[in-house]
Ligand binder design. Structure first.
Ligand SMILES: [Zn+2]
Length: 286
């Protein structure tokens, strides 16, 4: 949670100082912030860095906006005063503006969740129309996203590592993307290594457990001369080889016996089964 928080803050800090160069994009940045504002008819956010970026964009066009701090019970809101969100319509469909709008929305309400786990990027929106606009913006930039309803709020989510990386680039967070990708590579390598180690450990455990069972069975059969003599010669040979070479794997035992691996596996299996049957009989006799 802490990591997610600080990563989001880093991306916001990277994005905020850049006032878009074109007037159309500056307007779209403010529009993006409006799309994620939950209070109707206003532009507000809990992030001072976001509202300051929007204010600077407006100032670049000589619109005298200012920021008003509204102390609320839960979280302090920063209100952008001097601009009517209704005046930002219709939304621009130029790709420069789509990036800018997404950037404004991310600054206002975007989060990167679990950058150290299976990551996703999400932006909480004011309403369904706003969420749909952001999904369309992402789509036109080649980033797959979708809307979800969560606790009465519309949220745009970008899932999968590659899509999150593309989303960060598309809003201009190059440093953020590099940090994110480095973390992703480390995580993927680590999980691959862990998976392999776990599989190998499990195999070793299985092999060792089987070897112990075989040796126990052989000892049991050898202790009973009658049963031992009743075993087929091939099984007695396999038992002797196993007892003399407890650390051999199946292939090595098969080679010593001059038979195939499946044949050796079958013989060892029958030895264990024979010992088990004997045990049952002993138990039944008691
Ligand atoms: Zn533009």
């Amino acid at each position: 949670m802490e990591a997610a928080h600080s990563f989001t803050q880093r991306v916001a800090a990277e994005l905020a100082p850049h006032t878009p160069l074109l007037p159309c994009c500056r307007r779209s940045l403010v529009e993006g912030l409006a799309l994620v504002t939950t209070t109707p008819g206003s532009i507000a956010t809990t992030r001072p860095v976001a509202v300051r970026a929007a204010m600077q964009a407006l100032h670049a066009d000589a619109i005298p906006a200012h920021v008003s701090r509204v102390v609320a019970a839960r979280r302090t809101q920063y209100l952008l005063v001097g601009v009517d969100p209704a005046g930002l319509h219709p939304p621009s469909e130029r790709s420069c503006c789509r990036r800018s709008r997404l950037r404004g929305a991310f600054l206002g309400a975007g989060r990167l969740v679990r950058p150290d786990g299976e990551p996703y990027l999400e932006i909480g929106c004011a309403d369904e129309a706003g969420a749909a606009q952001l999904v369309a913006d992402f789509a036109s930039l080649g980033v797959n996203s979708r809307t979800r309803r969560r606790r009465g709020r519309w949220v745009v989510t970008v899932r999968s590592g590659p899509a999150v990386g593309a989303a960060l680039s598309s809003i201009g967070a190059q440093d953020g993307r590099l940090t994110f990708e480095a973390g992703r590579v480390i995580r993927e390598v680590r999980s691959g290594v862990n998976r392999r180690l776990n599989a190998e450990t499990a195999n070793l455990h299985r092999t060792a457990a089987a070897g112990v069972r075989q040796l126990e069975s052989i000892a049991l059969l050898e202790a009973d001369a009658k049963r031992w003599q009743a075993l087929p010669p091939a099984l007695r040979e396999a038992a002797g080889l196993r007892a003399r070479h407890p650390d051999d794997d199946l292939a090595q035992l098969a080679e010593r016996a001059g038979c195939s691996k499946p044949a050796m596996a079958g013989r060892l299996h029958r030895l264990v089964a024979a010992a088990g049957e004997g045990g049952d009989r002993v138990g039944a006799r008691r």
